[in-house]
Design a binder for this molecule. Structure first.
Ligand code: ADP
Length: 721
């Protein structure tokens, strides 16, 4: 009886694969007509030639001109883009033959973009996506989700994942080319990627033998001068390796060392005129203002034309989503329908993909997005842009020694990008929810993240890659010394570095985890406290990976309803244990998770992401032997141990603590700043000896979010190491 289902399950995928291939090819053929019309298509030969001649190419092209989707397809059949056997010299001086190259990596600042681009390019090439078939040529790799096959030739990955790959394979031997996309975003990871790549193209390449690595750097904005200078400087400087190493590959280096240059290529995009409409006076509540504008457009402007609204984060997106749906219900039934689609990084994949599907007939799409849709992803059909003028940015607060998320005005260049989204296919309109005067006062461009964020992850990555002398690392923009010192201190605190500043075993382990150094430390500390503690901590960390597992219940009557609905999930120890209770209740719910979530005013959408992350983290922990391979929750009814769990968290978060002072407020243990417990916390308005918090948010005052009660002597112990 066992053999039948087996044969059945074997036969089915084969059949599916067969039918799939011809329909995939059909679809690709149809898409070719659209691709051919992209502005970049006319430059294909020129681009190929430039990368045949030189190893580095810079490419500027407006958003939507086809850079991300077409460049990898232009390059993948080039003669230099195939696995090449080559001899390398090993550390002990002996030679070994290995195969180098064959794949193209394209880095993206955001996971949403990496996945949606991979899906699109797979469609255009008529190949299945990622791990769905061993014959798939296009894959992706983002934190907590990798989908590739043995035949992958084009791989979209986040900058962070490329840095992770470099830890295992510093010479990137799998790749013939790395395409660094969206550099104008200037997140800290892209600066690291550029630094390592400059070393790879300008230094000796003993790890790649005689096989060059081609690098294309792409941006939507025109400032390529600094990058040009950056790579040229690399060519003119003999690198550290060149000076100290002496082996066979050095001769090759000096032979072609001076003759190389860097090509620059400009692609003009299509852009229709976009009319700007400013708010006549300053807007206090942009969610409310956006709601009005959306319906004003819908009532007054004839179809077609979808609406793209830029908001600050998941919370504002979800708040507006709710409002628009509510209003749309009372709308004149003679009007076209409205389909509201949220778009933010923590959204589960299936929901993200819905954004790209065309709207049903007689329906207007309203996409509510964070700044993801600014340049990272192109959603077609948009004719109206509503721009709140703000974005959530990471800001390092030196006195507190940690990052906080602040809602800040965007730059002029970001405002222009947002506006441009309305004019991709036809003339459009952009409603700015701020005054013209406010627009004129905006900064010209975004400040690179490296100048304003916590550098501990970046530093740990460099240390793990063997960069001991941070001062000599080729930074496109050099971070402030103070921030580097803080990061060093932070890494010392969590024992990722030893006293001499070299990476420790703990640090090496943390660097390989898909987590921030702090959460990585927590995970390892939990592993020391036993399998059950680790298992619980994984559940909590998974919840922390989304912005909020609970639905927004800000109004008074909703607050009461929420308290009743969530009573059995709330834990007096605080938010961490409450998250654990929620994750476990959700995970063990096996009849209807969606209904369960609705009943408890828990976000089903957020919990789906939480479960994805949890699965990945558990797998990773099994691979690194932190969890046993046959780890099943045999004892589901066991009680968690709050003390062990919170003490594990303190190993990473000892500096994110505050104690109660006699006047009833909380003051941070490091820095002595006043901080209040965020209204969303289960400990809101509670008085406990001390609190530990996951993040620090600053709106009109300083709030701690993700808060648990801890004891001062635990904090003392954790701070002492
Ligand atoms: P660029 O990188 O220059 O901004 P892209 O290569 O990302 O341009 O996009 C080129 C075109 O491909 C877009 O205008 C859009 O029409 C289409 N496209 C890109 N991604 C997707 C997707 N996931 N789904 C559908 N169409 C897409």
């Amino acid at each position: 009886p066992k053999s039948r289902p087996q044969t059945k399950s074997k036969a089915k995928p084969l059949n599916e694969t067969k039918t799939n291939f011809s329909s995939l090819r059909e679809k690709a053929k149809a898409l070719y007509e659209t691709r051919r019309k992209l502005p970049i298509f006319a430059h294909a030969d020129d681009i190929r030639q430039k990368l045949r001649d030189d190893d580095v190419m810079l490419l500027v092209g407006e958003t939507g001109s086809g850079k991300s989707t077409q460049i990898p397809q232009f390059l993948v059949n080039e003669f230099w883009c195939r696995p090449t056997p080559t001899k390398i010299t090993q550390d002990d001086g002996t030679q070994k033959e290995i195969s180098v190259g064959g794949c193209i990596a394209i880095t993206q600042p955001r996971r949403v973009a990496a996945i949606s681009l991979a899906r699109r390019v797979a469609e255009e090439m008529g190949t299945p996506l990622g791990s769905s078939s061993p014959a798939s040529k296009v894959g992706y790799s983002v934190r907590f989700d990798t989908s590739t096959s043995p035949s992958t030739r084009i791989k979209f990955l986040t900058e962070g994942m490329l840095l992770q790959e470099m830890l295992h394979d510093p010479w990137l031997t799998r790749y013939s080319a790395v395409v660094v996309d969206e550099v104008h975003e200037r997140g800290v990871n892209v600066d690291l990627v550029l630094g390592f790549l400059r070393n790879l193209v300008s230094g000796t390449k003993e790890g790649r033998g005689s096989v060059p690595l081609k690098v294309a750097v792409m941006s939507a904005t025109a400032d390529m001068e600094s990058l040009l200078g950056f790579f040229r400087e690399g060519y003119s400087l003999p690198s550290q390796e060149q000076k100290t190493k002496s082996n066979g590959s050095e001769a090759m280096q000096s032979k072609d060392g001076d003759s190389r240059d860097i090509s620059v290529c400009h692609i003009k995009g299509r852009q229709f005129p976009v009319k700007t409409i400013y708010s006549p006076e300053p807007v206090h509540d942009f969610v409310d203002a956006a709601l009005k504008v959306i319906f004003q457009i819908h009532y007054k402007e004839p179809m077609p034309g979808d609406i793209l609204v830029f908001l600050t984060g998941q919370e504002t997106v979800e708040a507006l989503e709710h409002l628009v749906n509510e209003y749309a219900m009372g709308m004149d039934p003679a009007l076209p329908r409205i389909q509201v689609l949220p778009l933010f990084a923590a959204l589960p994949q299936a929901a993200q993909q819905r954004v790209f599907a065309p709207a049903p007939p007689r329906t207007r799409k309203v996409v509510l997005s964070t700044n993801i849709a600014e340049t990272s992803v192109t959603v077609s059909g948009m004719r109206y842009v509503v721009d709140c003028g703000k974005a959530k940015v990471k800001q390092f607060r030196t006195r507190l020694g940690l990052d906080s998320l602040l809602v800040k005005p965007i730059s002029k260049s970001a405002a222009i990008q947002r506006k441009g989204r309305a004019g991709r296919e036809a003339p459009g309109q952009c409603f700015r929810l701020y005054t013209e005067k406010d627009y004129l006062a905006l900064d010209e461009t975004n400040t690179p993240e490296i100048l304003r964020c916590d550098l501990s992850q970046a530093l740990l990555n460099m240390k793990a890659r063997g960069v001991d002398d941070i001062v000599r690392f080729p930074f496109l923009t050099r971070p402030p010394r103070e921030a580097l010192e803080k990061a060093l201190l932070q890494l010392l605190n969590i024992e990722a570095l030893d006293e001499s500043g070299s990476i420790s075993d703990v640090g090496l382990h943390i660097a390989k985890l898909p987590l921030t150094p702090t959460l990585g430390r927590v995970l390892l500390a939990a592993a020391d406290n036993g399998v059950e503690c680790l298992s619980d901590v994984i559940d909590i960390i998974s919840c922390l990976s989304v912005e909020n597992i609970f639905l927004n219940t800000n109004s008074e009557e909703k607050k009461e309803a929420a308290e009743t609905a969530r009573r059995d999930l709330f834990r007096r120890e605080g938010d961490h244990l409450t998250m654990l209770a929620t994750a476990q209740a959700y995970a063990t719910e096996n009849t209807d998770r969606k209904a369960w979530a609705e009943r408890h005013l828990v976000s089903h959408r957020a919990m789906q992401s939480v479960m994805d992350v949890r699965k990945q983290l558990r797998m990773q922990c099994r691979q690194s032997k932190l969890l046993p391979s046959d780890d099943r929750r045999t004892n589901a009814s066991r009680e968690p141990s709050p003390v062990l769990i919170l003490q594990s968290f303190l190993r990473g978060f000892a500096t994110n603590t505050a104690r109660l002072v006699p006047d009833g407020s909380y003051r941070t243990v490091v820095g002595n700043q006043t901080v209040a417990i965020h209204p969303s916390s289960v400990l809101f308005s509670k008085k406990v000896e001390a609190i530990m918090y996951n993040e620090f948010v600053f709106t009109n005052r300083s709030y701690a979010r993700g808060v648990s009660a801890v004891q001062m002597d635990w904090v003392g112990e954790a701070l002492a190491g």
